[in-house]
Design a protein. Structure first.
Length: 366
C-alpha cells in the first residue's frame, strides 16, 4: 500500500446507521395505505352514474368489443398495456364492421380509445398510455383523406333552421294526437335547444305557462343542473312553440294524461300506447315516456316526409337553434346559456362558425 493510500484508509470511518425505507413518512406525517388509493364497488358504480346514460351505453359497447378482441387474441384487457391498445387500434382500421361493411371511422375509433381509458378509471386502474395508438389513428386519418374516403369527413346532423322547420311542420297532420306531439317536440326542441335525451325527460309539470310564453324546467345533462328556459310566443301561429305545446297539453287532458311525461308513445291507432310487457313483465318506461331514439326517429321520419335531404337526427333541432340564433345576431354567451352548453364549448363554437360562414365571411367585400 502506498503512503497516500495508507493515509486515505486511516480517514475512512464506518458509522452504524439504521436502514429506513424510502417510502416511510417523515415524523408527524400520516402514511397512506392501499385502501387510500382504491375505490369500492359502490363508489365505482357511483362514478358511472355521473356519466350521461347515452355516453355510458356507447362506452359499454366499445369496452365489451375491446374485451372480446383481447380474449380472442390472448391479451389482457384490464389493465391493458400500451402495446395491446396500439394493436387494437391497428385492428380497427382494417376490421370490417357488420353494420356498415367497412372499417370504423376515425371518430368511432377515437371513442373506443376513450372507452378504454374510462373503463380503467371505473376499475380503479391506471389507463394505458396511447401515444402509439394515436399515431396509428393519425396515419389512418391521413390515408382516408388522401383517398377521398367519405369516412374522412365528420358526419354532422343537418341544422333544423326555420325554413327547414317550416317544411317539416307542413308535413304533419296536426289534427291527430301524434301530429300534435310531433309538432310540439320539433318546436320545443328547437326553442329550448335541448338535447333529445333532455327533451324526452320533460314531465308535464316541467312546463309552466306565463303571459309572455312558457318556462320550461330542463335538466341540462352536460352541466348537471336544471335551467328554467324561457320560450316566448312565435310571430307565426303555425310555428309558435307556445301554441304547439298548449295544443298538446289540451290533447293530453282529453286522453286523461295529466301527470307524467310530456312526450309519450302513441300507437298506430293514434292512441296513447299501453305499457309494454314481455312474458308478463313490464319492460321499458311504464309511464309511456318516449325514448331518446324514438324521439330522434320522429325528426328523421318527418324530415324525410318533407323531402329534406341530408342527415336529420334529434341533434338537428339543437344545431338549428345555434345556427339560426347566431345568424340573427345573438351573442355567444346568450346562445350558450340558453341551450345549456358549457362555457367555451368547442361544439357550440363549431356551430357558430358554420352559422357565420356566409354572414361574416372574411372574403366578402374584398
Amino acid at each position: 500500500m502506498t503512503e497516500t493510500a495508507s493515509r486515505t484508509a486511516e480517514l475512512v470511518v464506518i458509522t452504524p446507521a439504521e436502514i429506513v425505507p424510502a417510502y416511510a413518512p417523515a415524523a408527524g406525517m400520516v402514511a397512506h395505505t392501499e385502501a387510500d388509493y382504491s375505490l369500492s364497488a359502490a363508489a365505482q358504480e357511483a362514478v358511472k352514474a355521473g356519466m350521461p346514460a347515452s355516453t355510458l351505453r356507447a362506452y359499454t359497447k366499445d369496452w365489451n368489443a375491446f374485451a372480446v378482441w383481447c380474449a380472442s387474441t390472448g391479451r389482457v384487457s384490464l389493465p391493458a398495456t400500451p402495446q395491446t391498445v396500439t394493436e387494437y387500434v391497428t385492428h380497427l382500421t382494417t376490421a370490417i364492421s357488420a353494420r356498415t361493411g367497412k372499417p370504423l371511422g376515425p371518430a368511432s375509433i377515437d371513442r373506443a380509445l376513450a372507452s378504454i381509458a374510462t373503463w380503467h378509471g371505473f376499475a380503479d386502474e391506471t389507463p394505458p398510455q396511447t401515444k402509439g395508438a394515436r399515431r396509428v389513428l393519425a396515419g389512418y386519418k391521413a390515408k382516408l383523406a388522401t383517398t377521398h374516403s367519405t369516412q374522412a369527413k365528420t358526419r354532422k346532423a343537418e341544422p333544423a333552421v326555420p325554413d327547414a322547420l317550416r317544411s317539416m311542420l307542413a308535413a304533419l297532420d296536426r289534427g291527430t294526437l301524434s301530429g300534435k306531439r310531433n309538432a310540439a317536440l320539433l318546436l320545443l326542441g328547437y326553442a329550448t335547444a335541448a338535447r333529445i335525451s333532455e327533451l324526452v325527460a320533460l314531465n308535464l309539470d316541467d312546463v309552466r305557462e306565463t303571459e309572455d310564453g312558457l318556462l320550461i324546467n330542463v335538466y341540462r345533462s352536460k352541466v348537471k343542473t336544471f335551467t328554467e328556459t324561457a320560450v316566448p310566443y312565435g310571430s307565426n301561429p303555425a310555428t309558435c312553440p307556445v301554441r304547439a305545446v298548449r295544443a298538446l297539453l289540451v290533447a293530453m287532458v282529453a286522453a286523461e294524461r295529466t301527470t307524467g311525461p310530456l312526450f309519450i308513445r302513441i300507437d298506430r291507432h293514434g292512441k296513447v300506447a299501453a305499457s309494454m310487457t314481455r312474458k308478463g313483465v313490464a319492460i321499458g318506461d311504464v309511464s309511456g315516456r318516449m325514448t331518446p331514439k324514438a324521439a330522434a326517429d320522429v325528426v328523421t321520419k318527418v324530415a324525410e316526409g318533407a323531402g329534406l335531404e341530408g342527415s336529420w337526427t334529434g341533434h338537428s333541432l339543437r344545431r338549428g337553434f345555434a345556427t339560426a340564433a347566431r345568424r340573427a345576431g345573438a351573442s355567444l354567451e346568450r346562445i350558450g346559456r340558453h341551450g345549456g352548453w358549457k362555457d367555451g364549448s368547442t361544439a357550440l363554437l363549431g356551430y357558430l362558425e358554420e352559422g357565420d360562414r356566409w354572414t361574416d365571411n372574411p372574403v366578402a367585400g374584398l
